[in-house]
Design a binder for this molecule. Structure first.
Ligand code: SF4
Ligand code: SF4
Length: 206
């Protein structure tokens, strides 16, 4: 009669029940990998793909030109952009256009980074921030105001005029390194801000 076990030992060995705990015993003496998050934060890799940031030029003007290339590159359809024209009275970026509306939906985003590769002006980059969980879908849609980089030394908040005597190309050549002396923030009429009226004469309500 042929051997149906192909020569393998099918007899239950005495040590088999104990051998089953071998993996458990080995793991008991290995270094623990448990991380005490959120009490202890682990430092991410320098090029970690975290929350996005919309960058500014050194004088505070915005790098985003509202071209929508990031939105077209996104495989998850997570980015919504509406561009608009700058005017001399209300300027957000050095060139013709700026990103009037900019949103990233972190309920969709898979943090792949294709959008930042597509951006022609390096307006869009990714930070090391990864704490993006929230309790509602609406809170996971980050607006331009949330994504825009903060103001550093030498910057004036937008809208404001281009550095006198320069053009858009000078900004990309790195020739503008700070806001021109005396640069003031313009009135954002498109956002509903009202120009300041004439000052009330002293004692007008007397
Ligand atoms: S990281 Fe990827 S998924 Fe997220 S917005 Fe950019 S392209 Fe879309
Ligand atoms: S972030 Fe970059 S790619 Fe996206 S709209 Fe602005 S300039 Fe264009």
């Amino acid at each position: 009669m042929a051997d149906e076990t192909n020569g393998m030992d099918t007899e239950p060995g005495f040590m088999n029940p104990v051998a089953g705990f071998g993996v458990t015993f080995k793991a008991m003496f290995k270094k623990r990998l448990t991380e005490q998050y959120p009490e202890e934060h682990k430092t991410t890799a320098p090029r970690f793909h975290g929350r996005h940031q919309l960058n500014r030029h050194p004088d505070g003007l915005e790098k985003c030109v509202g071209c929508e290339l990031c939105a077209w590159a996104c495989p998850a359809d997570a980015i919504y952009v509406e561009g608009a024209d700058n005017t001399d009275e209300e300027r957000y970026s050095p060139g013709e256009r700026y990103g009037r509306v900019y949103q990233i939906n972190y309920a969709r985003c898979i943090l792949c980074g294709l959008c930042i590769e597509a951006c022609p002006t390096r307006a869009l980059t990714m930070t090391n921030e990864f704490e993006l969980a929230d309790s509602t879908r609406a809170d996971l849609i980050f607006t331009k105001e949330q994504l825009l980089a903060g103001l550093e030394e030498g910057m004036v908040d937008t809208p404001h005029a281009i550095y006198p005597g320069t053009d858009e190309q000078d900004y990309y050549r790195g020739l503008v390194t700070e806001a021109a002396p005396g640069t003031e923030r313009q009135v954002a009429v498109s956002k509903g801000e009202q120009p300041a009226g004439p000052a009330e004469p002293e004692g007008a309500d007397a």
